[in-house]
Design a protein around this ligand. Sequence first.
Ligand code: ADP
Length: 415
Amino acid sequence: AATGGPSTARQVKLDKECELRVEVGPDTPLRLRLLTGNAEIFGTEIPPEIWVTFPPRLKFAVFTWYGATIEMDGTTETDYTADETPMISYVNVHAVLEGRRNRAKALPSDSDSSQGPRVIVVGPTDSGKSTLSRMLLSWAAKQGWKPTFVDLDIGQGSITIPGCIAATPIEMPIDSVEGIPLEMPLVYFYGHTTPSVNADLYKVLVKELAQTLERQFAGNAESRAAGMVINTMGWIEGVGYELLLNAIETFNATVVLVLGQEKLCSMLKDVLRNKPNVDVVKLQKSGGVVSRSAKARQKARSYRIREYFYGLANDLSPHSNVANFSDLTVYRIGGGPQAPRSALPIGAEPAADPSRLVPVNINRDLLHLVLAVSFAKEPEQIISSNVAGFIYITDIDIQRFEICTLAHIEVSSAV
Ligand code: ADP
């Protein structure tokens, strides 16, 4: 290499059904290309010969069904080859889903059975839920379907910034570097990264999202037959478990894929035993899934927000705006008790109304906050409205009543 050190380029030969697991180093990107054979990254094929650049910290696996040679250039945190993976069981699930999509497509679009599979992926944090969702979507898209991806994970969602639940059609295998395309997502803003802060609001938003998708499916036989893949949070105990059941029911899931947890699987089988049209399937967790500490997850959230405004490679320039205080009205959802204690009968506790709207005064407390821009025309519509995008408050000038923001607004529309 130019620096005089050893060249970092190296080749890796992969046998059939093996994968190369890579964690890109913390500071510099890694380049990789496919020299011979076929290989895929989480369900998306790698084009032959072309160098692909992976950003720092990305964790991924290059899997081959029939064998491949890979060339890598750059430093990694780790890279190793594994010959034990659960990929066969995952692709078998795909094959079953494929059969159901074909069956749904063959039926008249007004019949109930014209609905393709609605798959929900559940399991503890770091069990590979997002990764499995991604593979199932990419494999389906490769075969020409346009499945809908629903991400209910407000902590580490992959459609938009943290704190949201969202859905988007997947029309092409998901890009290994860019991730889920941010073209026309349907986004609802929850505003926190744990559902326990306001579990009722979380449920309200899940219901809104499900109803909107239901309406869209009613008029679109193609996406109806393709079905959905729903990714969930890693919180599977207590309220988390309750929210999982709620999501299974609200979305009318027909396939529940449980990753890496016997107990959760048997609990779900038990509560869903009266629903013959719901299959609960246990799947093995991949040994390649990388566990992240709470701190790492927090960091990932900040990167995600940064990426939203500035792009993966710092290539977006968000609009920088100066607005007057009077141009914006800011609301918080579900804050504080409904009525003052003095207004309640003696002994009664004021209940926090999860969907109460609280007008927020514009002052320096808003500095560095991310706000969602709602499509709502009236304040009462805020909870049931999807959002257009987000703004980040970079400065507040109290003297001049001015707010400086960075804005990134999607092209999606009100529903
Ligand atoms: P969950 O959604 O259950 O929290 P993820 O699917 O996000 O888990 O996986 C956690 C991390 O592990 C991600 O960074 C993902 O890219 C990585 N990962 C998953 N499977 C593999 C694998 N087979 N090899 C290498 N990294 C993997």
